[in-house]
Write a protein that binds this ligand. Structure first.
Ligand SMILES: [Zn+2]
Length: 87
């Protein structure tokens, strides 16, 4: 699965069906559906083994044709990731 972190652009979607109103950015299919998810993001590299991972509960927009997936990390968790990456 290919993941793209999108922090600034809000996806337009039909909230009753969860379907995105714009096509998939990889294959242009309209066959996209929104899912809830729990995600534990780890800092990579041996030097970061002792850093606590960050829980994120994003909405995923998944293309059911090519598996391209987009989600947005909420601002508070994005800040934690930025602080952890800089430390
Ligand atoms: Zn696609």
């Amino acid at each position: 699965m290919q993941l793209v972190v999108e922090e600034s652009k809000k996806l337009k979607r039909n909230w009753s069906t969860g379907k995105a109103l714009i096509g998939c950015r990889s294959c242009e299919s309209d066959n996209q559906t929104e899912f809830g998810a729990e995600m534990l993001i780890h800092f990579s590299g041996l030097k970061n083994l002792d850093k606590p991972a960050v829980w994120v509960f994003p909405k995923l927009v998944v293309c059911l044709d090519c598996a391209f997936t987009e989600f947005t990390i909420p601002e508070a968790e994005l800040r934690l990731l930025g602080e952890g990456a800089a430390a």
